[in-house]
Design a protein around this ligand. Structure first.
Ligand SMILES: [Zn+2]
Length: 295
Protein backbone atom coordinates (compact mmCIF):
# COMPACT_ATOMS: atom_id res chain seq x y z
CA UNK A 1 0.00 0.00 0.00
CA UNK A 2 1.58 3.29 -1.03
CA UNK A 3 1.44 6.33 1.19
CA UNK A 4 -1.32 8.02 -0.82
CA UNK A 5 -3.57 4.95 -0.56
CA UNK A 6 -2.74 4.59 3.14
CA UNK A 7 -3.60 8.22 3.82
CA UNK A 8 -6.88 7.91 1.97
CA UNK A 9 -7.80 4.79 4.00
CA UNK A 10 -6.95 6.60 7.25
CA UNK A 11 -8.99 9.61 6.10
CA UNK A 12 -12.02 7.49 5.29
CA UNK A 13 -11.77 5.69 8.65
CA UNK A 14 -11.63 9.04 10.41
CA UNK A 15 -14.66 10.18 8.41
CA UNK A 16 -16.55 7.10 9.55
CA UNK A 17 -16.04 8.17 13.16
CA UNK A 18 -16.38 11.92 12.78
CA UNK A 19 -19.03 13.35 10.49
CA UNK A 20 -17.15 16.62 10.47
CA UNK A 21 -13.66 17.48 11.64
CA UNK A 22 -14.61 21.07 12.37
CA UNK A 23 -17.56 22.56 14.14
CA UNK A 24 -18.75 20.83 17.29
CA UNK A 25 -17.23 17.47 16.35
CA UNK A 26 -20.12 15.04 15.97
CA UNK A 27 -19.21 11.39 16.61
CA UNK A 28 -20.98 8.65 14.70
CA UNK A 29 -20.12 6.29 17.54
CA UNK A 30 -21.50 8.22 20.52
CA UNK A 31 -24.08 9.96 18.28
CA UNK A 32 -23.34 13.21 20.06
CA UNK A 33 -21.08 16.22 19.74
CA UNK A 34 -17.88 16.53 21.78
CA UNK A 35 -18.09 17.07 25.52
CA UNK A 36 -20.77 16.94 28.15
CA UNK A 37 -24.20 18.43 27.50
CA UNK A 38 -23.36 21.97 28.60
CA UNK A 39 -20.14 21.95 26.55
CA UNK A 40 -22.12 20.83 23.50
CA UNK A 41 -24.69 23.57 24.08
CA UNK A 42 -22.00 26.25 24.31
CA UNK A 43 -20.69 25.16 20.94
CA UNK A 44 -24.10 24.71 19.30
CA UNK A 45 -25.36 28.09 20.55
CA UNK A 46 -22.52 30.21 19.20
CA UNK A 47 -24.14 33.39 17.83
CA UNK A 48 -24.87 33.14 14.10
CA UNK A 49 -23.70 36.19 12.14
CA UNK A 50 -24.42 37.40 8.64
CA UNK A 51 -23.44 34.81 6.06
CA UNK A 52 -23.32 32.04 8.68
CA UNK A 53 -20.06 32.89 10.42
CA UNK A 54 -20.17 31.98 14.10
CA UNK A 55 -19.27 34.02 17.17
CA UNK A 56 -17.48 32.87 20.29
CA UNK A 57 -18.89 30.32 22.72
CA UNK A 58 -20.96 31.88 25.49
CA UNK A 59 -19.49 30.93 28.84
CA UNK A 60 -21.65 30.94 30.82
CA UNK A 61 -24.83 30.58 28.77
CA UNK A 62 -27.65 32.92 29.86
CA UNK A 63 -30.31 31.71 32.31
CA UNK A 64 -31.80 29.18 32.46
CA UNK A 65 -29.54 27.27 30.07
CA UNK A 66 -26.25 27.20 31.99
CA UNK A 67 -27.78 25.35 34.95
CA UNK A 68 -30.58 23.50 33.19
CA UNK A 69 -29.27 21.76 30.08
CA UNK A 70 -28.98 18.02 30.63
CA UNK A 71 -30.65 18.22 34.04
CA UNK A 72 -34.02 16.63 35.00
CA UNK A 73 -36.85 18.87 33.87
CA UNK A 74 -38.98 18.60 37.03
CA UNK A 75 -42.28 19.36 35.28
CA UNK A 76 -44.97 16.70 34.91
CA UNK A 77 -47.05 16.44 31.73
CA UNK A 78 -50.12 17.41 33.78
CA UNK A 79 -48.44 20.57 35.08
CA UNK A 80 -47.48 21.56 31.57
CA UNK A 81 -50.92 20.73 30.13
CA UNK A 82 -52.49 22.97 32.79
CA UNK A 83 -50.29 25.85 31.56
CA UNK A 84 -51.31 25.21 27.95
CA UNK A 85 -54.95 25.30 29.00
CA UNK A 86 -54.41 28.69 30.70
CA UNK A 87 -52.81 29.94 27.48
CA UNK A 88 -55.59 28.47 25.33
CA UNK A 89 -53.15 26.35 23.34
CA UNK A 90 -54.25 22.93 22.10
CA UNK A 91 -52.50 20.13 24.07
CA UNK A 92 -50.98 18.52 20.96
CA UNK A 93 -50.02 21.72 19.13
CA UNK A 94 -46.35 21.80 20.18
CA UNK A 95 -45.01 18.84 18.26
CA UNK A 96 -47.57 16.27 19.45
CA UNK A 97 -48.77 14.89 22.77
CA UNK A 98 -46.55 15.74 25.75
CA UNK A 99 -47.17 12.25 27.13
CA UNK A 100 -45.67 10.63 24.01
CA UNK A 101 -41.95 9.76 23.74
CA UNK A 102 -39.75 11.75 21.36
CA UNK A 103 -38.28 10.26 18.20
CA UNK A 104 -35.52 7.69 18.59
CA UNK A 105 -32.47 6.67 16.56
CA UNK A 106 -32.41 3.19 15.06
CA UNK A 107 -28.88 2.72 16.51
CA UNK A 108 -28.35 0.07 19.23
CA UNK A 109 -30.03 1.19 22.45
CA UNK A 110 -32.38 3.44 20.43
CA UNK A 111 -31.25 6.75 21.94
CA UNK A 112 -33.99 9.37 22.13
CA UNK A 113 -33.86 12.84 20.56
CA UNK A 114 -31.18 15.02 22.18
CA UNK A 115 -31.05 18.22 20.17
CA UNK A 116 -33.66 20.96 19.77
CA UNK A 117 -32.69 22.64 16.53
CA UNK A 118 -33.66 26.26 15.89
CA UNK A 119 -34.01 27.32 12.25
CA UNK A 120 -35.27 30.35 10.36
CA UNK A 121 -36.94 30.03 6.98
CA UNK A 122 -34.82 32.70 5.23
CA UNK A 123 -37.85 33.71 3.17
CA UNK A 124 -36.38 36.00 0.54
CA UNK A 125 -38.30 39.14 -0.44
CA UNK A 126 -35.13 40.36 -2.22
CA UNK A 127 -35.30 44.19 -2.26
CA UNK A 128 -38.81 44.66 -0.90
CA UNK A 129 -37.89 45.99 2.56
CA UNK A 130 -41.47 47.22 3.01
CA UNK A 131 -42.48 43.63 3.72
CA UNK A 132 -40.53 43.69 7.00
CA UNK A 133 -43.02 46.18 8.48
CA UNK A 134 -45.97 43.87 7.80
CA UNK A 135 -44.19 40.63 8.61
CA UNK A 136 -46.44 39.86 11.60
CA UNK A 137 -49.74 40.49 9.78
CA UNK A 138 -51.96 37.45 10.21
CA UNK A 139 -52.98 37.50 6.55
CA UNK A 140 -49.47 37.85 5.09
CA UNK A 141 -48.80 34.88 2.82
CA UNK A 142 -45.90 33.65 4.99
CA UNK A 143 -48.16 33.61 8.06
CA UNK A 144 -50.79 31.38 6.51
CA UNK A 145 -50.70 27.81 7.79
CA UNK A 146 -51.28 26.56 4.24
CA UNK A 147 -47.92 28.12 3.19
CA UNK A 148 -46.03 25.54 5.32
CA UNK A 149 -48.52 22.70 5.68
CA UNK A 150 -46.87 20.48 3.08
CA UNK A 151 -43.26 21.43 3.72
CA UNK A 152 -40.75 18.59 4.06
CA UNK A 153 -38.07 20.44 6.02
CA UNK A 154 -39.00 20.33 9.70
CA UNK A 155 -41.13 18.95 12.53
CA UNK A 156 -42.86 22.25 13.25
CA UNK A 157 -43.24 25.74 11.75
CA UNK A 158 -43.89 28.84 13.83
CA UNK A 159 -45.21 31.79 11.82
CA UNK A 160 -44.43 35.38 12.78
CA UNK A 161 -47.88 35.82 14.27
CA UNK A 162 -47.42 32.66 16.35
CA UNK A 163 -49.33 30.02 14.42
CA UNK A 164 -48.09 26.46 14.95
CA UNK A 165 -48.01 24.28 11.84
CA UNK A 166 -47.19 20.56 11.81
CA UNK A 167 -45.88 20.14 8.24
CA UNK A 168 -47.30 17.04 6.55
CA UNK A 169 -48.76 16.22 9.99
CA UNK A 170 -45.29 15.57 11.38
CA UNK A 171 -44.75 15.57 15.16
CA UNK A 172 -41.72 15.11 17.42
CA UNK A 173 -42.15 11.33 17.66
CA UNK A 174 -41.29 11.02 13.94
CA UNK A 175 -37.54 10.67 13.20
CA UNK A 176 -36.67 13.37 10.66
CA UNK A 177 -33.51 14.92 9.26
CA UNK A 178 -33.07 18.55 8.16
CA UNK A 179 -29.34 19.35 8.26
CA UNK A 180 -26.30 18.46 6.20
CA UNK A 181 -24.62 16.97 9.25
CA UNK A 182 -27.44 14.43 9.67
CA UNK A 183 -27.22 13.53 5.98
CA UNK A 184 -23.44 13.08 6.22
CA UNK A 185 -23.56 11.20 9.52
CA UNK A 186 -25.73 8.41 8.14
CA UNK A 187 -29.02 6.79 9.11
CA UNK A 188 -28.26 6.43 12.85
CA UNK A 189 -28.46 10.22 13.24
CA UNK A 190 -32.12 10.17 12.19
CA UNK A 191 -34.30 10.66 15.25
CA UNK A 192 -31.75 12.53 17.41
CA UNK A 193 -32.68 16.02 16.24
CA UNK A 194 -35.97 17.92 16.56
CA UNK A 195 -36.34 20.64 13.92
CA UNK A 196 -38.31 23.84 14.46
CA UNK A 197 -38.54 26.39 11.63
CA UNK A 198 -39.34 30.00 12.45
CA UNK A 199 -40.63 32.21 9.67
CA UNK A 200 -38.24 35.06 8.97
CA UNK A 201 -37.94 37.44 6.01
CA UNK A 202 -34.68 38.26 4.29
CA UNK A 203 -33.50 40.76 1.68
CA UNK A 204 -30.44 40.84 -0.52
CA UNK A 205 -27.18 42.49 0.43
CA UNK A 206 -26.10 44.55 -2.57
CA UNK A 207 -22.89 46.40 -3.32
CA UNK A 208 -23.08 49.69 -5.24
CA UNK A 209 -23.90 48.89 -8.86
CA UNK A 210 -25.14 45.36 -8.16
CA UNK A 211 -28.33 44.30 -9.87
CA UNK A 212 -30.60 42.59 -7.34
CA UNK A 213 -31.63 39.88 -9.75
CA UNK A 214 -29.21 37.57 -11.54
CA UNK A 215 -30.67 35.22 -14.16
CA UNK A 216 -34.10 35.68 -12.62
CA UNK A 217 -32.98 34.92 -9.05
CA UNK A 218 -32.30 37.29 -6.19
CA UNK A 219 -28.58 37.76 -5.76
CA UNK A 220 -28.61 36.60 -2.11
CA UNK A 221 -30.66 36.52 1.12
CA UNK A 222 -27.98 37.73 3.52
CA UNK A 223 -29.88 40.50 5.35
CA UNK A 224 -32.37 39.32 7.98
CA UNK A 225 -35.10 41.33 9.62
CA UNK A 226 -34.72 42.51 13.22
CA UNK A 227 -35.67 41.09 15.62
CA UNK A 228 -35.01 37.74 14.01
CA UNK A 229 -38.03 36.24 15.76
CA UNK A 230 -41.17 38.11 16.77
CA UNK A 231 -42.45 38.10 20.36
CA UNK A 232 -45.16 35.62 19.36
CA UNK A 233 -42.51 33.30 17.90
CA UNK A 234 -40.29 33.59 20.98
CA UNK A 235 -43.24 32.60 23.17
CA UNK A 236 -44.25 29.61 21.05
CA UNK A 237 -40.64 28.49 20.64
CA UNK A 238 -40.16 28.66 24.43
CA UNK A 239 -43.26 26.55 25.02
CA UNK A 240 -42.19 24.09 22.35
CA UNK A 241 -38.78 23.69 23.98
CA UNK A 242 -40.37 23.11 27.38
CA UNK A 243 -42.82 20.60 25.84
CA UNK A 244 -40.03 18.62 24.18
CA UNK A 245 -37.95 18.66 27.38
CA UNK A 246 -40.93 17.43 29.44
CA UNK A 247 -41.17 14.52 27.00
CA UNK A 248 -37.43 13.84 27.30
CA UNK A 249 -37.69 14.22 31.11
CA UNK A 250 -34.59 16.44 30.94
CA UNK A 251 -33.67 19.76 29.37
CA UNK A 252 -32.68 19.13 25.76
CA UNK A 253 -29.66 20.71 24.13
CA UNK A 254 -30.76 23.72 22.06
CA UNK A 255 -28.78 24.15 18.84
CA UNK A 256 -28.59 26.56 15.93
CA UNK A 257 -28.71 25.02 12.47
CA UNK A 258 -25.63 26.98 11.35
CA UNK A 259 -23.60 25.67 14.30
CA UNK A 260 -24.65 22.07 13.64
CA UNK A 261 -23.45 22.30 10.03
CA UNK A 262 -20.31 24.29 10.89
CA UNK A 263 -17.36 22.83 9.01
CA UNK A 264 -19.51 21.38 6.21
CA UNK A 265 -19.32 23.21 2.88
CA UNK A 266 -22.32 25.31 1.86
CA UNK A 267 -23.70 25.22 5.38
CA UNK A 268 -26.69 27.35 6.28
CA UNK A 269 -26.76 30.76 8.00
CA UNK A 270 -29.79 30.34 10.25
CA UNK A 271 -31.10 31.47 12.64
CA UNK A 272 -30.17 35.13 12.13
CA UNK A 273 -30.63 37.73 14.88
CA UNK A 274 -31.68 35.17 17.46
CA UNK A 275 -31.64 36.65 20.97
CA UNK A 276 -30.77 33.75 23.27
CA UNK A 277 -30.99 35.87 26.43
CA UNK A 278 -34.47 37.01 25.50
CA UNK A 279 -35.56 33.44 24.71
CA UNK A 280 -34.26 32.32 28.11
CA UNK A 281 -36.24 35.09 29.81
CA UNK A 282 -39.42 33.93 28.08
CA UNK A 283 -38.77 30.31 29.12
CA UNK A 284 -38.28 31.50 32.71
CA UNK A 285 -41.56 33.44 32.61
CA UNK A 286 -43.43 30.21 31.80
CA UNK A 287 -41.56 28.29 34.50
CA UNK A 288 -42.59 31.01 36.94
CA UNK A 289 -46.24 30.56 35.94
CA UNK A 290 -45.90 26.86 36.78
CA UNK A 291 -44.33 27.69 40.14
CA UNK A 292 -40.90 26.41 39.06
CA UNK A 293 -37.57 28.04 39.77
CA UNK A 294 -35.43 29.25 36.88
CA UNK A 295 -31.98 28.62 38.32
ZN1 LIG B 1 -32.13 25.70 8.95
Amino acid sequence: MNIVVLLSVVASLMWSVRATAAGCDFSNQSLSFAGDEITQARCLLRPVMKGGSLGARLNPLPPPFEHFIGQPVGITPDEFLALLKQLDIAPNALGGAVTQPLSQSSAPGHPQARYFVIHDTSLNVCTDTGQFARSEDADASWNRASRWANDANAHLYITRDGKLVAPQGRIFSVPWRATKLEANAGPNSRGLFLHVENVQLRIAELKPGDAAMVNGDCRNDRIAQTPGLSDAQMQKLALTYIAASVRAKKWLIPAYHAAIDDGISNGHDDPQHFDLTRWGTVICSYLDRMGKACS
